[in-house]
Design a protein around this ligand. Structure first.
Ligand code: UDP
Length: 239
């Protein structure tokens, strides 16, 4: 228990899909609880944790646009989806006795506090896990970019990108059995090789602000804490 986190303050990017478990959409209670417990355990390690949560388990703007909803409006629906996830996670974390606060980039003060940098920093300093909803608060962006943006403005030491795969591969490991995983990469290499694990805007922000990106799989219990301790498989994207 004398372990300490590799990074003191982190932003964890959690996709909406990570919360749906074996379901086709929505929230799977057991999965939400498992990830909440993982975040609590990561906080117990001494890390300050902000979580940018996606909404793809409910709605993605691009899918709405494909069905004829104007993109900006579809993105509003997508941002609302992230708020649902943030509220579910906030509750699951608090059930475990760990203080958490959902902050939304899209103001809806009757549901949670509107996001501000000052409020987020205040809650982090108090040891609360901060759930960041609404992505950047603007259409035409993703929650990956939201994670990079919050990572920069909250002076995070790393962006921890939880995915379905255990790192960045030379090719899609689900399609190409010869694909190999990188242990380390630079931001420049990841961008030059077009290794699309986060969108380009997110990568560019992280590169510009020299923030490491840790890509790891959320499939197993305790994955976030393990990644914070440098255990388990991951790709470290370093400046
Ligand atoms: N979204 C947005 N602006 C943002 C972040 C998200 O408009 O800054 C919308 C967008 O429609 C996106 C949806 O919210 O498709 C859900 O976010 P995302 O697709 O990043 O979720 P994830 O794939 O991580 O579950």
């Amino acid at each position: 228990a004398s372990q300490s986190p590799l990074w003191k303050r982190v932003v964890v990017k959690l996709s909406g899909e990570a919360l749906q478990g074996g379901q086709t959409h929505g929230l799977d209670g057991a999965t939400v609880d498992r990830i909440a417990a993982d975040l609590v355990s990561a906080a117990e390690l001494g890390a300050e944790i902000a979580v940018v949560v996606g909404g793809g388990n409910f709605f993605r703007g691009i899918q709405g646009a494909d069905k004829g909803i104007e993109r900006a409006r579809a993105d509003s629906i997508g941002m609302l989806a992230t708020v649902m996830n943030a509220l579910a996670m906030e509750h699951a974390i608090e059930k475990l006795g760990q203080s958490a606060r959902a902050l939304s980039a899209v103001a809806m003060p009757s549901l949670c506090q509107p996001y501000s940098r000052q409020a987020a920093l205040h809650h982090l300093a108090k040891g609360r896990i901060v759930m960041l909803a609404g992505g950047t608060g603007n259409p035409f962006f993703t929650t990956d970019t939201g994670a990079a943006l919050r990572g920069a403005e909250l002076s995070c030491d790393a962006i921890m990108k939880a995915t379905q795969v255990d790192g960045i591969y030379t090719a899609d490991p689900k399609k190409d059995p010869t694909a190999t995983r990188y242990d380390r990469l630079t931001h420049d290499e990841a961008i030059a090789k077009n290794l699309a694990v986060m969108d380009t805007a997110a990568f560019a922000l992280a590169r510009e602000n020299r923030i490491p990106i840790i890509v790891f799989s959320i499939a197993e219990a305790g994955a976030i804490r393990a990644a914070l301790e440098g255990k388990g498989r991951a790709t470290h994207v370093l400046p």
